[in-house]
Design a protein around this ligand. Structure first.
Ligand code: AMP
Length: 282
């Protein structure tokens, strides 16, 4: 595996790779875990060359404390990437990614106007900025994203459409990887205290139980049941729970409004912000 830190080195390395075949890109912010690894393994199976970017993107953090406390574990990340058979780890500095301030404002539309959109102003525009830069630099055949960040995938698809498709780039969405107790794997989980870590699986357990509730409850009742149930646990405070259409991300009021209703939750466990989601099969 080669570690690349500059855009010009990335472009020259990928020039010959592109001539040989397909390129799979997995964008990450590091502090890698098995969730990331599942995307990388899939990229490895489906492409001739695999690039993983590790970059904590400042423009997508609307909370300075979150940026400052975001875990950074470059050495361990590189060891994991090497063992996963990655060809190139792209680990640029902030100056390399943003030689000038990125003032682009993407017209992300309705998919970015709900849930994470209003809760984290500027977040999705920052995601669109960094991912569009990575796509232009890498020009991948396929790019891999996790369904843990369900709304993010819709936003990225929209950005790709706005930018003209990046030569037929395929956006591949990959299922959520969980710990044995159900907690969605996340780089932020390391910030949970042992007591909070014991409680945090209540999010996924409640979402799963709501699949059964949904058979007899209306959509609004199910939504409220999830919020009330999670809020009853110590340390837990739900920021939002919305049941949305899996494509448009627009909140639903009735089960019959969508063929893919997806419940998206954000909840604080202490001061750690956790997200998860579940698809209802109606
Ligand atoms: P991050 O480093 O948090 O920006 O995540 C990089 C990519 O890995 C994103 O596409 C995430 O959705 C994905 N990812 C993070 N955690 C998981 C997980 N538990 N299961 C599947 N994908 C994940």
């Amino acid at each position: 595996m080669e570690i690349i830190r500059t855009v010009s080195d990335l472009e020259s390395a990928l020039g010959s790779a592109r001539a040989k075949g397909s390129i799979g890109l997995v964008p990450t912010m590091g502090a890698l875990h098995e969730g990331h690894l599942s995307l990388i393994t899939r990229a490895r199976k489906e492409n001739d060359t695999v690039v993983v970017s590790v970059f904590v993107n400042p423009t997508q953090f609307n909370n300075p404390t979150d940026l400052a406390t975001y875990p950074r574990t470059e050495e361990a990340d590189c060891a994991l990437l090497e063992s996963a058979g990655v060809d190139y780890a792209f680990i640029p500095s902030v100056e390399e990614m943003y030689p000038q301030e990125d003032t682009r404002v993407f017209d992300l539309g309705p998919v970015a106007e709900v849930m994470e959109g209003p809760m984290r102003p500027g977040h999705f525009n920052g995601v669109a900025q960094v991912v569009s830069k990575l796509f232009s630099m890498t020009r991948p055949t396929r790019a891999y994203f996790g369904e843990k960040d369900y709304q993010q995938i819709a936003v990225i698809r929209r950005m790709v459409e706005l930018e003209g498709g990046y030569d037929g780039l395929e956006i591949v969405s990959c299922p959520i990887r969980r710990h044995d107790d159900g907690l969605a794997m996340s780089s932020r989980n390391v910030r949970l205290t042992p007591d909070q870590r014991m409680v945090a699986p209540c999010i996924s357990i409640t979402l799963k139980s709501s699949l059964v509730k949904a058979r007899e409850m209306s959509l609004t009742e199910t939504r409220q049941w999830v919020i009330d149930t999670v809020n009853r646990f110590p340390f837990m405070e739900v920021e939002y729970y919305e049941i949305v259409d899996g494509i448009t991300m627009q909140p639903l009021t009735d089960w019959s409004d969508s063929t893919i209703p997806v419940g998206c939750i954000t909840a604080y466990c202490g001061d750690v912000r956790l997200i998860d989601n579940i698809t209802y099969k109606i």
